[in-house]
Ligand binder design. Structure first.
Ligand SMILES: [Zn+2]
Length: 220
């Protein structure tokens, strides 16, 4: 299970190894790099770990190149990408200050933003209710683009089973049970999907208990 201080599951955009501690705001005009025909951009915001933020803010292009190369593992030249990132850096906000206070408060209880785990947000409507929390959204960009002013968080119903794994199992279960069909999302289809999700929790709960009982028997 994620340690409580891990506020988000996103990873640093530079090293890829460390969890996000900062959100860096970039100057969109300066975050482009590459050659015509293969122009790329860092966009307007990147996730950075503590160490990478310090390097980017200090404009240490060489060190950023080394970290990008260590992550990607191939021999392409990372200098244009690193230079653009350092040049575009405007400011950084700590993830703890950027996240809605309700999210920060829920993390120690094992909750994770559902949107960080999957785009299938309707899952929350069939997730066991005691393991779902809804808190007010405070991030301006999210409020602008999302059609909801609340953040949905979920946690694993089973001790020792990571919530990310629960979502992965659930999606493959739903796939096996043909929850995903093409065509319009009708209320009937939604309800069918939710029924499949509820079945998953019943089935997995039984499996979990059986496994747990077996462990207890082994102990006694
Ligand atoms: Zn990093």
């Amino acid at each position: 299970m994620a340690p409580p201080q891990l506020l988000t599951r996103r990873r640093c955009s530079v090293c890829g190894a460390a969890p996000t501690a900062w959100l860096a705001h970039l100057d969109a005009d300066r975050s482009w790099f590459g050659v015509p025909g293969d122009r790329r951009s860092w966009g307007t915001r990147v996730d950075l770990c503590d160490e990478c933020r310090a390097l980017v803010e200090a404009g240490d292009v060489e060190a950023v190149v080394a970290r990008l190369a260590a992550r990607d593992g191939d021999d392409g030249d990372r200098t244009p990408a690193a230079a653009a990132l350092c040049a575009a850096f405007v400011s950084a906000v700590a993830v703890a200050d950027w996240l809605p206070p309700g999210v920060v408060a829920a993390v120690p209880d094992g909750f994770v933003e559902l949107g960080e785990l999957t785009g299938w947000l309707d899952l929350a409507n069939a997730w066991p209710a005691e393991h779902v929390r809804r808190v007010p959204e405070t991030r301006e960009d999210h409020l602008r683009y999302a059609d909801s002013d609340e953040v949905v968080l979920v946690r694993s119903p089973w001790p020792g089973v990571d919530v990310g794994d629960v979502v992965s199992y659930l999606i493959s279960w739903a796939d096996q049970h043909e929850a995903f069909v093409s065509g319009d999302v009708t209320p009937e289809r939604r309800e069918r999907e939710r029924a499949i999700v509820r079945d998953f929790f019943v089935a997995f709960d039984a499996a979990f208990r059986e496994e747990w009982d077996r462990h207890l028997r082994d102990w006694m």
